[in-house]
Design a binder for this molecule. Structure first.
Ligand code: CP
Length: 311
């Protein structure tokens, strides 16, 4: 991460950089287990969280990570801002940066919005999810959760199921997992599978039972009705019947299979209740790991000296 100003996606990162973030996140996990889970690492730094789309996990997790590192934080939401008076994204961000902000976390409905800001601003920009492009910290926390259970990524069969076409989580997982040597298999309705996605080095199948056979990890994606402008499948009931992850379907996976979901879940659609809350599920662990991963990203981009990391 040396010399890197921004975190825009896992496509841009080397294997070494991904491993460095994961190792750093592991050190911060130890901080989060202390009676007072806080370090002064980013004291004097200010982070602005700009959320132009709804979020529960990412927004709170970044804010908590910033507070655990003793940064000052300010939060921007589109509603109630001067965007409603016609102010552009660039002007909004430049005005926020002018208040001596060191880092900006942005979630935006437009793919590429964080990249645009990264070019306009001197401060660091962290992508908290852009359109259907990337959600790098989600990809990293997914990988950290798998690593904790499996001890490795190399050689694992990781199945990503569902709405691949609209999923920034899928893209960040594909880049991150592939760079770390996993075998990535995508499965979903053909209408939700991007053309030529195999060019990213993944396998594609439309048969869920074939996909799940001997799977080490199943990452279940949310059906993103808000991003779907057309009818990509007849009904939610039909989607659940052909692609929903149930206990019965998981019986062909490895007996220690892990089930991940980035949230928010459509229970009974892409994932059955008893899978979401069952013994294979690590969904809440993903959320817990999100704080340490975001602490790692904030710390590494801050350029703060190693000796101050866990002081
Ligand atoms: N996983 C995720 O991005 O969740 P939120 O939309 O709640 O942030």
């Amino acid at each position: 991460m040396k010399g890197r100003k921004d975190l825009l996606g896992l496509e841009d990162l080397s294997r070494h950089e991904i491993e460095l973030i994961l190792d750093t996140a592991c050190s911060f996990q130890e901080v989060l287990e202390r009676p007072i889970p806080k370090v002064p690492t980013l004291r004097g730094k200010t982070v602005a969280n700009l959320f132009f789309e709804p979020s529960t996990r990412t927004r709170l997790s970044f804010e908590l990570a910033e507070k655990r590192l003793s940064a000052d934080t300010v939060n921007f939401t589109a509603s109630g801002s001067s965007l409603s008076k016609g102010e552009s994204l660039k002007d909004t961000a430049r005005n926020i940066e002018a208040m001596q902000i060191d880092m900006i976390v942005i979630r935006h409905q437009a793919s590429g919005a964080p990249h645009f800001l990264a070019r306009c601003l001197d401060c660091s920009v962290i992508n908290g999810g852009d359109g259907r492009h990337e959600h790098p910290t989600q990809g990293l926390l997914d990988i950290l959760t798998v690593l904790e259970h499996k001890g490795k990524i190399e050689g694992l069969k990781v199945v990503i199921v569902g709405d691949i076409a609209h999923s920034r989580v899928a893209r960040s997982n594909i880049w991150g997992l592939s760079k770390l040597g996993a075998r990535v298999v995508l499965c979903g309705p053909s209408t939700l599978m991007p053309l030529e996605i195999e060019r990213l080095g993944v396998e594609v199948t439309y048969d869920i039972d074939e996909a799940l056979e001997d799977a080490d990890v199943v990452n279940v994606l949310r059906i993103q009705l808000e991003r779907q402008k057309g009818a990509f499948f007849p009904t939610l009931r039909e989607y659940a019947r052909y692609f929903g992850i149930t206990r019965q379907r998981l019986s062909v996976a490895r007996e220690d299979v892990l089930v991940l979901h980035p949230g928010p879940m459509n229970r009974g659609v892409e994932i059955a209740q008893d899978v979401a809350d069952g013994p294979f599920s690590v969904i809440l662990e993903q959320v817990t790991n999100g704080v340490a991963v975001r602490m790692a990203v904030l710390y590494l981009l801050s350029g703060i000296d190693e000796s101050a990391k866990l002081a």
